[in-house]
Design a binder for this molecule. Structure first.
Ligand code: NI
Length: 131
């Protein structure tokens, strides 16, 4: 068990890859992860879990598709939080920023389903350890 405090600023400074979350804490069956964001993510869906976002820095947009296929985008800035409901297609994008996510351990960044090819700058992962 790692009982040392984790500083989010230092955690974010310890890596540079975008859309490649680091796990900063574990709580019950959940991970707290931080990531840098820049560019377009990929449309994807988490069938079994909601996904919590907190913008730590910059701007972070989440495009959402409702069951009818209509799309809208929520625009988030530092300090904003948002929960993508389970089963909702979504595609994050950002001109630059960093985020904190809270979701069940093992949740894949690209979901259970994704649309098209995963861009090279998007890491399909359940999160990496802080180094
Ligand atoms: Ni997601």
């Amino acid at each position: 068990m790692n009982a040392k405090p984790v500083n989010l600023t230092e955690a974010l400074q310890s890596f540079t890859e975008v859309y490649s979350p680091r796990i900063v804490a574990r709580m019950n069956d959940y991970d707290v992860r931080v990531a840098h964001a820049r560019g377009e993510h990929v449309w994807h869906t988490h069938a079994d879990t909601d996904e919590f976002f907190l913008v730590l820095d910059g701007r972070f947009d989440i495009a959402l598709r409702d069951a009818d296929g209509h799309e809208h985008t929520v625009v988030l800035y530092q300090g904003d939080t948002y929960v993508v409901p389970r089963g909702t297609e979504h595609k994050p994008s950002s001109p630059g920023g960093s985020i904190l996510m809270f979701e069940p351990t093992g949740t894949l960044t690209t979901g259970d389903h994704h649309e098209g090819r995963i861009p090279a700058h998007v890491d399909s992962t359940t999160g990496h350890e802080l180094s």
